[in-house]
Design a protein around this ligand. Structure first.
Ligand code: SAH
Length: 220
């Protein structure tokens, strides 16, 4: 049966999503809007059908093309960090991947802009967001190192793949007072929050993380 059939979204996933949200609250996630979005999101439609039974475990899973759907804890943590200074009007996401993080963000803000370099993943993510009736996401097939110039500036930017250094375009496209939440590094990666204050950028390091690389250049 097609994993996108509507009844599975409202049905079984409801309870599993709630249990996952409870687990994340126990691990220290406190933002109630974020926990509600996790509770409502059918993570099983964002993973390959063969892994659907693991969809509500707190682990990253493969989604094809050598990419992964992020661990729910990190999705919740990054969302919480992004909202820590209040709700931004719009969010730029780099690395759509499965679209699961996108679906959480779409429930937390009025408008999400999401960039992905692998066309097939972007296409699948789009269908899943439509199945969830989330229509406030604009997607672009492009290189996230360059951000999304025509929609800038952004109050909030989240990057879900790790560059070796913070892409200068993302710093430029951050609004004054805006926040960028981004993993940086190669073997050793650290999650950073960068806040813009005029032409200055404050940097905080949050915790060690592990993401797939933010690949520069050529699109697939
Ligand atoms: N938040 C996603 C994470 C997917 S993994 C999820 O939970 O499903 C990171 C994604 O970043 C992959 O889909 C990968 O293709 C994408 N990516 C890597 N380099 C990129 C780049 N330069 N521009 C845009 N997307 C990129």
């Amino acid at each position: 049966m097609n994993a996108l059939v509507g009844s599975r979204i409202g049905g079984k996933s409801g309870r599993s999503g709630e249990l996952l949200a409870q687990k994340l609250a126990a691990e220290g996630i406190t933002n109630q809007q974020v926990l509600q979005a996790i509770a409502r999101s059918p993570r099983h439609i964002f993973v390959p059908e063969i892994l659907a039974h693991k969809a509500y475990d707190n682990t990253a899973l493969p989604i094809g093309q050598g990419q992964t759907i992020s661990q729910p804890y990190i999705v919740a943590k990054m969302s919480e960090l992004l909202l820590a200074n209040g709700t931004p009007e719009s969010i730029l996401e780099i690395g759509t991947g499965s679209g699961y993080q996108t679906s959480i963000l779409a429930q937390l803000t009025a408008k999400v802009f999401s960039v992905e370099r692998i066309k097939s993943l972007q296409f699948q993510a789009k269908r899943k967001l439509q199945a969830m009736d989330l229509h406030n996401v604009s997607m672009k097939h492009g290189d996230g190192w360059k951000g999304w110039q025509s929609k800038a500036p952004f109050q909030a930017i989240i990057v879900t793949a790790a560059p070796t250094e913070v892409p200068p375009a993302l710093l430029e496209q951050l609004a004054d007072g805006g926040r960028l939440v981004i993993p940086v590094g190669e073997q050793q990666q650290v999650l950073k929050i960068i806040t813009r204050r005029g032409d200055d950028y404050d940097e905080q390091q949050v915790e060690a993380v592990r993401f797939v690389p933010l690949v520069p250049g050529a699109l697939l």
